[in-house]
Design a protein around this ligand. Structure first.
Ligand code: GRF
Length: 215
């Protein structure tokens, strides 16, 4: 087996802190058979009220609430997180609205096997504080005529790492942050499952930090 080849079947942990609509869209694609070689083996959340956690429970997917506040040191938190991932034999991580930067230990352990989605065209409008409605407000304030969605590999910096896929949306004249958010979320639900599918079919390679996709 090639050294960088993913396992034959993706065992995905989804990390989510909020509503969980991207988690739902990926799960739908698995359930409908559009994504064939993958299972979501657990949902990890750092917020016990997260819609994503409730949704996982409804779908009988193990829902793990694990938060830094439950541990006295970063190292203990990391060790517990990694233990959970090992327990579920996870080999791929999908961040879907997870509001905490991952530790370098975790990023290195899952090098090129963690992906994130961002509701703008990175490298613009990313980084700390750029989440939720703040992103769309910043786009409108800047006067940009296009925004969009970025799916990227996660590295040790916020909203950084090789870009896997982007899709644009127009910013219309009477656009508000809310209307832009809704348009962008629709695109997210389309392209995030698509990227997971491509990984599950081993069609994405990262070579020297560059992404090569064989569709
Ligand atoms: C999405 O807009 C995503 O781009 C960002 O967080 C939001 C998560 O939404 N990273 P949901 O919880 O998947 O509905």
């Amino acid at each position: 087996m090639r050294k960088d080849k993913l396992a034959d079947r993706l065992k995905i942990a989804v990390f989510a802190s909020g509503r969980g609509s991207n988690f739902e869209s990926i799960l739908n694609s698995i359930e409908s058979g559009r994504i064939k070689n993958a299972d979501i083996v657990c949902l990890l959340g750092n917020n016990s009220d997260a819609g994503a956690l409730l949704f996982a429970k409804r779908k009988n997917i193990p829902a793990v609430h694990i938060s830094r506040r439950q541990y006295s040191t970063d190292e203990d938190f990391d060790a517990a997180l990694i233990k959970k991932l090992d327990d579920y034999d996870v080999n791929f991580i999908v961040l879907a609205g997870y509001m905490k930067i991952l530790s370098p230990v975790l990023v290195r352990k899952f090098k090129n096997k963690i992906i994130n989605i961002h509701p703008a065209l990175l490298p613009k409008f990313g980084g700390e504080g750029m989440y939720g409605i703040h992103v769309h407000e910043a786009v409108l304030k800047s006067g940009e005529k296009i925004s969009g969605v970025t799916v990227h590999i996660v590295d040790e910096e916020y909203d950084h790492g090789p870009i896997l896929m982007q899709e644009t949306v127009d910013v219309d004249e009477n656009e508000t942050a809310e209307t832009l958010a809704a348009k962008i979320l629709n695109v997210e639900h389309k392209i995030y499952p698509e990227v997971v599918r491509l990984f599950s079919e081993d069609k994405i390679k990262i070579e020297d930090g560059k992404v090569v996709i064989n569709k």
